[in-house]
Design a protein around this ligand. Structure first.
Ligand SMILES: Nc1ncnc2c1ncn2[C@@H]1O[C@H](COP(=O)(O)OS(=O)(=O)O)[C@@H](OP(=O)(O)O)[C@H]1O
Ligand SMILES: Nc1ncnc2c1ncn2[C@@H]1O[C@H](COP(=O)(O)OP(=O)(O)O)[C@@H](O)[C@H]1O
Length: 593
C-alpha cells in the first residue's frame, strides 16, 4: 500500500478525476457507542489526521485518501450518531461502495438498518458488512453467519448488486495486515482484496451532462460556461442542447484548469464556449444534443427528511438539484417506509430520519434524469428558506407530467382590464395575528370603509373558510400549512379578478406567509401584523377558547401550545391594544392611498 498526501476534510465534490480510477467509499458504524469509525485507528502507512471532536465531544466526519495496489480509495468516515445522517446521505450520494460496520455482540441495530436504507436510496450498489468485535462472540462462525443471514434478508429488496460480509477482531475495526488465527474459518476475501476487486461503473459512457455553475464574461467574445461534468465526456465540435430552453449549438472550445483540451470526462471541472451566442444561464444544463435529459415540474420522489421540525406537505422549501434552485412543495406523502421492515405506512407529516415516497411540485421546470439513470441529475436537497438549513435530501423517480404539457391558458381579458373596469388597484391585504387580536374586527371595518368609497372587496376569514373549502383541516402544523396554501391561492385568483382581498387568518408561520407573498406582484401584497399581546387576547377571550386551551380541553392552540412566528418586516404593524379599531383602519387607509 502506498500513501497519498491526505486531503483532509476534502468533500467528494472537490475531488478531480485523474487517470487512476477512484473508488469512493462511505463508511459508517452502528457499533459500540457510535462514536467510532471503521477505518480507525489510522494505519501506520497512512496516518491521516488525529480524530477531531466537535463541541459536543462527537467525532467529526473525516475524508481519507488511501491506496491499495494502484487503486485509490476516498473514504468518508461517518460517525454513527444520528446527527450525522445528513453527512451520510451527502457522502453516499456519490459513493460506489458502503462499508457498514456492526458489533458482533449486538448484531443489526435500527441504526444499521437506517444507514443501509439511506445508502441504498442514494444509489450505492455495493456493500461491505464489516462485523467487528468478533472476540465478544468468541470468534464464533455461527454468530457471524447468523448476522450475515439476517442482514441479507433485510437488504434483499434494496437493490444491492453485491453484499460482502467480513469478520474483524477488535474494537477498532479494520485490521488490514494481520491474519487473526481465531478467524481462520473465514474463507472469504480480506478487506484489501475485496476492495481491489470491486468494479467501478464507468460514468463516461452516459450521455454528456454539464450543469452550468456560472457564466464567465471576463474574456472578450462569447461567455465561458463553467461547471463540473456530471456525466459523459465532451469534445470541441460536439452538438449540444441547452436546457430547459432546448436550443441547439456546438462546443467551440474546451478548457480544463485554464488549458485547451481535446476531451474532458465526467467529474472534471471545465469551461466551455459555444459556437453561437445562445442564451445560457446559471442553473441551465448542457447535454448531448441527441439524448437530452427531461424537463418537468411534478415528480414522484423518495425523500429522507432531515429537519428537526417535521416536514409539512404544502410548505415551500428551496430545492437544489445540480446547479438549479427552485421553490418546491411536497404535495402528497404517498407512504412512509418502516425502517426495520420496509412496510408502507400512511403518514401526514414526516419526522426526522423518515424515508418516504412523495409527490413533489416545483415552481419552475427542472432539468433532471431519473436517479437510477444518473445520480447527479436525479438527486436533490431541500433547504428551509428561513434557517437556510438542509432539511431533506432525495432522489427523483420519474416525472408525473412534463412541464410542457400544461400551459397557462391565455385569456383576452386580464387582471389589468378587470381592474380598470373597477377603477381600482387589486391588492391582497393579509392580516396575521393571534386569535382575538382583532384581525376580523379591523378587516371588517376596513371593508366597510372601502365599500363606502365604491371599491370592490372581499373578506376571506379563517373561521368562515374553515366551514367550507377547508372544512377537512384541523390545527396541526401540517393542516395549518395547507389551510394557508389554499387561501393564498384563492386570494390570488380574487386579486386576478380585480378585487381588493382582505385575508384574515392567524397564519402563524413565516414560511407560509412568505409563500403567499411570493404569489403576488411586489406592491400587491400588504402584510398587516395585528400585534395584540397574548395576555390581552386571553383577557378578551371572545370565544372562550383560551380558557379551554388553558384547561387542556383544546390542543394546539396558537400562543398556548402551538407557535406564532411574528412577521419580521410587515408592511403595516398595528397595536390594537393601544389604538381603537377605527384608528387602526385610518392608518391602513393612509397606506393604501
Ligand atoms: N387550536 C386552535 N388554534 C387556533 N385557533 C383555533 C383553534 N381551534 C379553533 N380555532 C379557531 O379557528 C380560528 C383560526 O383559524 P385560522 O384558519 O385563522 O388558523 S390558521 O391560520 O390556520 O392558524 C380562530 O379564529 P380567530 O379567533 O378569528 O383567529 C379560532 O376561533
Ligand atoms: N383596537 C381593537 N382592534 C380590534 N379589536 C379590538 C380592539 N379593541 C378591542 N377589540 C375587541 O377584540 C376582539 C377581537 O376579536 P376578533 O376581531 O374576532 O379577533 P381575531 O379575528 O383576531 O380573532 C373583538 O371583540 C373586538 O371588539
Amino acid at each position: 500500500m502506498s500513501n497519498f498526501r491526505p486531503p483532509l476534510d476534502m468533500p467528494f465534490a472537490l475531488q478531480n478525476r485523474h487517470d487512476e480510477p477512484l473508488l469512493r467509499i462511505v463508511a459508517c458504524s452502528s457499533a459500540g457507542d457510535g462514536n467510532a469509525t471503521p477505518f480507525e485507528p489510522p494505519l501506520p502507512e497512512n496516518p491521516g489526521k488525529a480524530p477531531t471532536a466537535n463541541r459536543a465531544g462527537l467525532r467529526e466526519v473525516e475524508y481519507r485518501l488511501l491506496a491499495i495496489a494502484g487503486r485509490r480509495l476516498l473514504v468518508a468516515e461517518i460517525p454513527g450518531h444520528p446527527q450525522f445522517t445528513r453527512r451520510l446521505a451527502d457522502a453516499a450520494a456519490t459513493a460506489d461502495l458502503a462499508l457498514i460496520r456492526v458489533d458482533a455482540s449486538q448484531g443489526l441495530t435500527s441504526q444499521t438498518r437506517l444507514h443501509t436504507r439511506i445508502v441504498a436510496m442514494m444509489g450505492v450498489r455495493q456493500v461491505i458488512l464489516a462485523v467487528g468485535w468478533m472476540e465478544r462472540v468468541a470468534f464464533d462462525s455461527q454468530a457471524f453467519e447468523a448476522i450475515v443471514q439476517q442482514y441479507r434478508e433485510f437488504a434483499a429488496d434494496l437493490g444491492f448488486a453485491g453484499i460482502q460480509a467480513i469478520p474483524f477482531p477488535g474494537p477498532s475495526g479494520v485490521d488490514w495486515q494481520q491474519a487473526e488465527p481465531s478467524l481462520s474459518w473465514y474463507s472469504g476475501p480480506s478487506l484489501p482484496d475485496y476492495l481491489e476487486s470491486i468494479e467501478i461503473p464507468d460514468s463516461t459512457v452516459h450521455p454528456m451532462r454539464l450543469p452550468v455553475q456560472w457564466v464567465s464574461r471576463s474574456e472578450p467574445g462569447l461567455p465561458g460556461l463553467c461547471g463540473r461534468l456530471a456525466a459523459g465526456s465532451v469534445r470541441p465540435g460536439d452538438a449540444v442542447r441547452v436546457l430547459p430552453s432546448g436550443l441547439q449549438t456546438q462546443i467551440e472550445t474546451l478548457l480544463v484548469d485554464g488549458s485547451e483540451r481535446e476531451r474532458a470526462d465526467s467529474g472534471e471541472a471545465v469551461t466551455l464556449t459555444l459556437a453561437d451566442s445562445v442564451e445560457v444561464r446559471r442553473g441551465d444544463v448542457l447535454a448531448t444534443a441527441e439524448a437530452p435529459p427531461e424537463v418537468a415540474d411534478q415528480f414522484e420522489a423518495r425523500l429522507l427528511w432531515l429537519g428537526e421540525q417535521p416536514m409539512a406537505p404544502g410548505r415551500q422549501y428551496l430545492l437544489k438539484l445540480a446547479s438549479q434552485e427552485v421553490a418546491a412543495t411536497v404535495t402528497l406523502i404517498k407512504y412512509r417506509e418502516d425502517i426495520d421492515s420496509g412496510a408502507r405506512l400512511a403518514a401526514k407529516t414526516l419526522q426526522q430520519n423518515a424515508i418516504a415516497t412523495v409527490n413533489l411540485s416545483t415552481s419552475a421546470p427542472v432539468v433532471f434524469e431519473p436517479h437510477r439513470a444518473n445520480r447527479a441529475l436525479g438527486s436533490f436537497v431541500l433547504i428551509d428558506r428561513l434557517s437556510q438549513e438542509t432539511v431533506g435530501t432525495g432522489t427523483l423517480d420519474f416525472a408525473l407530467r412534463r412541464a410542457s404539457n400544461i400551459h397557462w391558458q391565455a385569456l383576452d381579458i386580464d387582471k389589468r382590464a378587470r381592474a380598470a373596469l373597477m377603477r381600482q388597484t387589486p391588492r391582497c391585504i393579509w392580516f396575521t395575528g393571534l386569535s382575538g387580536s382583532g384581525k376580523s374586527t379591523i378587516a371588517s371595518l376596513l371593508e366597510k370603509r372601502l365599500h363606502a368609497e365604491g371599491r370592490h372587496t372581499y373578506v376571506l376569514d379563517g373561521d368562515n373558510v374553515r366551514h367550507g373549502l377547508n372544512r377537512d383541516l384541523g390545527f396541526t402544523e401540517a393542516d395549518r400549512v395547507e389551510n394557508i396554501r389554499r387561501v393564498a391561492e384563492v386570494a390570488k385568483l380574487m386579486t386576478d379578478a380585480g378585487l381588493i382581498v382582505l385575508v384574515s387568518f392567524i397564519s402563524p408561520f413565516i414560511s407560509e406567509r412568505e409563500m403567499a407573498r411570493g404569489l403576488f406582484a411586489a406592491d400587491e401584497f400588504v402584510e398587516v401584523f395585528v400585534d395584540t399581546p397574548l395576555e390581552e387576547c386571553e383577557r378578551r377571550d371572545v370565544k372562550g377558547l383560551y380558557a379551554k386551551a388553558r384547561r387542556g380541553e383544546l390542543r394546539n392552540f396558537t400562543g398556548i401550545d402551538s407557535a406564532y412566528e411574528p412577521p419580521r418586516a410587515p408592511e403595516v404593524h398595528l397595536h390594537p391594544a393601544e389604538n381603537t379599531p377605527e384608528a387602526c383602519v385610518e392608518s391602513l387607509l393612509r397606506l393604501l392611498d
